[in-house]
Design a protein around this ligand. Structure first.
Ligand SMILES: NC(=O)c1ccc[n+]([C@@H]2O[C@H](COP(=O)([O-])OP(=O)(O)OC[C@H]3O[C@@H](n4cnc5c(N)ncnc54)[C@H](O)[C@@H]3O)[C@@H](O)[C@H]2O)c1
Length: 326
């Protein structure tokens, strides 16, 4: 049994990991300022409400509990907002993470699991991203995440006993398979959530940004991963580190993708609603194709996805959205 700190565990992805950790024998403390997360989503462990900027509180928490590992989900995640307000992102994603890592090192929490993103790849040539390829993020959000990756690599290099797993998520979607928890973020930019909201009449219509890409139907292709599979990847990463695994970096995706139009067809089929879609111009910075090379995570962490099924992903997202009250 280990004691685990989970920053941002009241948010969309963190709450799914907390839910899974709840059925392990680990002891969990969730640290979250509830800026986009919500108390009701924390289904296991103890929630401590606090901000990453409150170093004294975080330090005291680390001193009180003898944490073996830290999952770090807390951060700001809206790409267009990172373009208009980059300093918010450098502050919350880079500065606050630097301070968190610093506190972890001081308090001898030497296993760190970090939520990175496919956005670090930018415009990957050919659209298939392998962990070895050169990274070139094209927006502040991706850059803030890449800076954290670099910090972790340098800290692990300087401190022999500090090890990390960096997980680069592709398009995370869906809700817990048992319907216990799901995505609540009100300002989400995630395609499947927006489409479900539109199908349910929470929005009048939705936009597709560009249908003139060189793909089979002109819309962008993305690699959608079910959030419970992503959660399991984190449990596998924790097990790997607790067994003495060395620092590593893995993509989290299924290695294949769907166009925006294909996804919307599935949402229409699952919901039974022919909701209104407007075609708009391309959005600056959208790569035509972004898919993971997905082999490494299985080999290194032993991860085996169970929910690689777009219709299942959409169904869980739709059912969650339908029942979401606040
Ligand atoms: N959702 C995705 O598709 C996706 C893709 C790639 C990477 N990620 C990364 O995964 C992580 C989790 O994303 P999510 O989709 O669950 O987002 P989310 O907004 O639902 O969750 C973030 C959580 O962090 C908390 N938080 C934010 N700033 C904080 C601070 N300063 N102090 C304390 N708590 C703070 C929020 O209240 C929230 O509970 C983020 O780091 C994000 O960059 C997400």
């Amino acid at each position: 049994m280990a004691k685990i700190l989970v920053t941002g565990g009241a948010g969309y992805i963190g709450s799914h990991i907390v839910n899974l950790l709840g059925s392990s024998d680990h002891d969990i403390i969730i640290y979250d300022n509830l800026s986009t997360g919500r108390e009701k989503s924390v289904l296991a462990g103890e929630l401590v409400i606090g901000d990453l900027e409150d170093h004294a509180k975080l330090d005291a928490l680390m001193k009180e509990h003898n944490f073996s590992a830290c999952f770090h989900f807390a951060g700001s995640i809206i790409v267009p907002e990172s373009v208009t307000d980059p300093l918010k992102y450098y502050n919350n994603n880079t500065q606050n993470t630097l301070d968190l890592i610093n506190l972890c090192v001081k308090n001898k929490i030497n296993k760190f699991i970090f939520s990175s993103t496919a956005a670090v790849y930018g415009m990957a040539p050919g659209g298939v991203c392998s962990e070895e390829m050169q990274v070139q993020p094209i927006n502040p959000y991706g850059r803030t995440k890449l800076m954290t990756e670099w910090m972790l690599e340098d800290v692990a290099h300087a401190h022999d006993d500090f090890n990390f797993v960096i997980l680069r998520y592709f398009n995370v979607a869906g809700a817990n398979i048992e319907g216990k928890v799901g995505q609540c973020s009100p300002l989400s930019t995630h395609l499947i959530k927006i489409a479900c909201e539109t199908a349910l009449g929470k929005r009048d219509k939705m936009f597709v940004f560009g249908d003139d890409y060189e793909t089979k139907d002109g819309t962008c292709i993305r690699d959608y991963i079910h959030v419970d599979d992503l959660a399991q990847a984190h449990i596998d990463a924790l097990t790997y580190l607790l067994k003495g695994g060395e620092s590593t970096l893995c993509n989290c995706g299924y290695g294949h993708g769907f166009t925006v139009k294909e996804v919307l067809e599935v949402v229409k089929k699952v919901s039974g609603v022919d909701f209104k879609i407007e075609m708009g111009p391309r959005r600056a910075g959208d790569a035509p194709v972004l898919m993971s090379k997905a082999e490494k995570i299985g080999k290194v962490l032993g991860w085996t996805p169970k929910h690689d099924d777009l219709e299942l992903i959409v169904r869980t997202a739709f059912e969650w959205e339908k029942n979401l009250k606040d």
